[in-house]
Design a protein around this ligand. Structure first.
Ligand code: GDP
Ligand code: CA
Length: 325
């Protein structure tokens, strides 16, 4: 079985851990990672979502914080602060810095991002093939209310420096229109037996990956069933700050609202199936009416067992849609 997963950072990585617990040794999992959160900081290329997937599956993640490296120290950051550098809102730990330094050095040597990611994964052995959605620079920029009208800032500035608390007026995946899918990405989607959208942020993770035209086209065209897991449980983003983003784009903050935002493949969207939480079972009918096969199962990834069960339920839904033909 070839399973291809479109993943953001924490939500996607946690789901992938459960998926790896339930697939067999002959199954192949390919992850199309979001690179639109990437940012240049201090001359270094930082790829937060690729690194979160790599560290989480490779055992290097800080499990409490859920991003960055375990046993991290912050000496470089403290030194920058001592120099009066104000750009320290983005957490760059000492261990994590090594990853960014190697990535940046290889970029300067002319190695492309997919090959660099493969090289980094040789150390972490995440158990999946991790492919950047694109090797072109695509960056999510967020429009907010500034003093003189619309102010556009990098997604990380919005998400981390502003804590995602201010209203979103616009989301722009800058560069996406001209970006090509990364090496192997289109093939991984068209050649998959199953395509999964894990409970990643529907706008800035899944939406960003689908903003690359070749990726969206491949998801629409693949013969594999495409099933997704709602990142919204009981009308709220789990452990999340996605509310302003959804509201800003006119997406209802509900499991069904996100399903309708993605749309049914038979109606030009990207979904065949959608899992909602048992708390949201009342929305099943409306999602089915939108042409998306919906089921209600527990969606909260509390521990390894519940996460593995969620992965099993996702594969079951996909199986039922594959055999339907
Ligand atoms: P990010 O790039 O680190 O923000 O991570 P993702 O985009 O992959 O995932 C973030 C989303 O995961 C959030 O919007 C949450 O709603 C969702 N999420 C986090 N934990 C859970 C969980 O236990 N269950 C479900 N269904 N969604 C979750
Ligand atoms: Ca992210």
């Amino acid at each position: 079985m070839r399973i291809t997963v479109l993943s953001g950072g924490v939500g996607g990585a946690n789901f992938l851990k459960g998926l790896l617990d339930v697939v067999g040794p002959e199954d192949e999992v390919t992850v199309i990672g979001n690179t639109a959160d990437d940012i240049w900081l201090f001359g270094l290329r930082v790829c937060p979502d690729l690194d979160t997937v790599m560290y989480t599956l490779g055992g290097g993640i800080d499990v409490e914080r859920k991003w960055g490296r375990t046993d991290e120290t912050w000496n470089a950051k403290d030194e920058l602060t001592a120099y009066g550098v104000d750009n320290t809102w983005f957490g760059l730990g000492d261990r994590d810095l090594a990853t960014h330094i190697i990535r940046t050095q290889l970029l300067h040597e002319g190695v492309a991002l997919a090959a660099i990611t493969k090289r980094l994964c040789e150390r972490w052995k995440p158990g999946v093939r991790l492919l950047p959605m694109t090797e072109d620079e695509v960056e999510t920029h967020i429009g907010i209310d500034g003093e003189d009208g619309l102010e556009v800032i990098h997604f990380q500035e919005y998400w981390i420096r502003l804590g995602a608390k201010v209203p979103v007026r616009q989301v722009d995946f800058r560069g996406a229109g001209e970006a090509a899918a990364g090496p192997g990405v289109v093939e991984a989607i068209l050649g998959a037996d199953r395509v999964i959208l894990p409970p990643s942020n529907p706008i800035v993770s899944i939406g960003a990956i689908l903003s690359v035209p070749q990726v969206a086209t491949a998801v629409r065209q693949t013969d594999a069933p495409v099933v997704g897991v709602s990142p919204i449980i009981g009308g709220a983003a789990v452990r999340g700050m996605a509310d302003q983003l959804l509201t800003g784009l006119g997406v209802e903050i509900s499991a069904g609202g996100v399903a309708r935002h993605h749309g049914a493949r038979k109606a030009g969207g990207v979904l065949d199936g959608w899992l909602v939480d048992t708390a949201d079972a009342g929305e099943l009918g409306a999602i089915d009416d939108a042409g998306i096969a919906a089921r209600a199962v527990p969606l909260y990834m509390a521990d390894a067992a519940t996460t593995a069960q969620l992965a099993r339920d996702t594969l079951d839904l996909a199986d039922s849609l594959a055999t339907r033909g």
